[in-house]
Design a protein around this ligand. Structure first.
Ligand SMILES: Nc1ncnc2c1ncn2[C@@H]1O[C@H](COP(=O)(O)OP(=O)(O)OP(=O)(O)O)[C@@H](O)[C@H]1O
Ligand SMILES: [Mg+2]
Length: 232
């Protein structure tokens, strides 16, 4: 479904992505792991056409995303929830939900989204900026869902969020995947990645250094320690 092949990104003289390759198959949930600063966010931004791409290819269902402008990428069916959420604080919750839509929303889609996030339904007229951190994260995910994506890309969706809402958000990510939407998830918590994702890619210094199933990685704690500095 999504195939990233040997993607390079340079910022000035810095060669930040040095040939990243990864794949997300139809219906799959995939985690992208790695220490701080290895290039996870830059990889997601390169997929979305938001980072200056050098060599390499990004294909989504046979479409070459490298040929598209950044604003055309979500229309192919990819939702992106950036690190730090990116909602509009002065717009209401409802306005935030509708902002990416080409036309009017449909009632069925609204119902699907509110079923996932009832907390948002109770707060439609509230300004986005007055939501709690966890609720803002839910709003960012919900806004993606309004566009009926086939793949959702999430960058550390539970970073800095109260534990109670963390488990709600994780559960909803799992359920969204079960409704057939593919997931690419950047995650600091390796246990969460194992729970939510069938497959895992690990990055180091701008490249993918390990890929395999979550089950395989679980049985290789020495890899987790080497690349993530964590003890399982
Ligand atoms: N616009 C930019 N200009 C220059 N350097 C950048 C730019 N964006 C990112 N970088 C650098 O690229 C490297 C990778 O950053 P990136 O945000 O992709 O890391 P990350 O793996 O997402 O880290 P974290 O886990 O902390 O979110 C960092 O050293 C960062 O400083
Ligand atoms: Mg990041």
């Amino acid at each position: 479904m999504l195939k990233v092949s040997d993607v390079h990104v340079h910022f000035g003289k810095l060669h930040i992505l040095q040939g990243v390759s990864l794949e997300v198959k139809e219906g799959e949930s995939v985690a992208l792991l790695g220490r701080n600063g290895v290039g996870k966010t830059t990889t997601l931004r390169a997929i979305m056409g938001l980072a200056p791409r050098g060599r390499g290819e990004v294909q989504f269902d046979g479409c070459d995303l490298g040929r598209l402008e950044a604003h055309q990428v979500p229309r192919q069916g990819i939702g992106y929830v950036p690190q730090g959420r990116g909602i509009f604080p002065n717009l209401t919750v409802y306005e935030n939900l509708c902002i990416g839509l080409p036309g009017k929303t449909d009632a069925e889609r609204e119902a699907y989204v509110f079923e996932r996030f009832p907390r948002l339904k109770e707060r439609l007229k509230q300004a986005g900026g007055t939501l709690s951190g966890g609720e803002q994260q839910m709003l960012a995910i919900a806004r993606c869902l309004m566009m009926k994506p086939r793949l959702i890309i999430l960058d550390e969706p539970t970073e800095g969020i109260a534990p109670k809402l963390v488990s709600d958000i994780r559960r909803e990510i799992h359920r969204i995947n079960q409704t057939g939407v593919s997931i690419l998830l950047v995650e600091q918590n390796v246990e969460t990645a194992f729970k939510l994702c069938q497959r895992v890619f690990i990055m180091e210094k701008g490249a993918v250094v390990h890929s395999g199933t979550s089950l395989e990685l679980k049985s290789q704690p020495e890899l987790v320690h080497r690349y993530l500095g964590l003890s399982l």
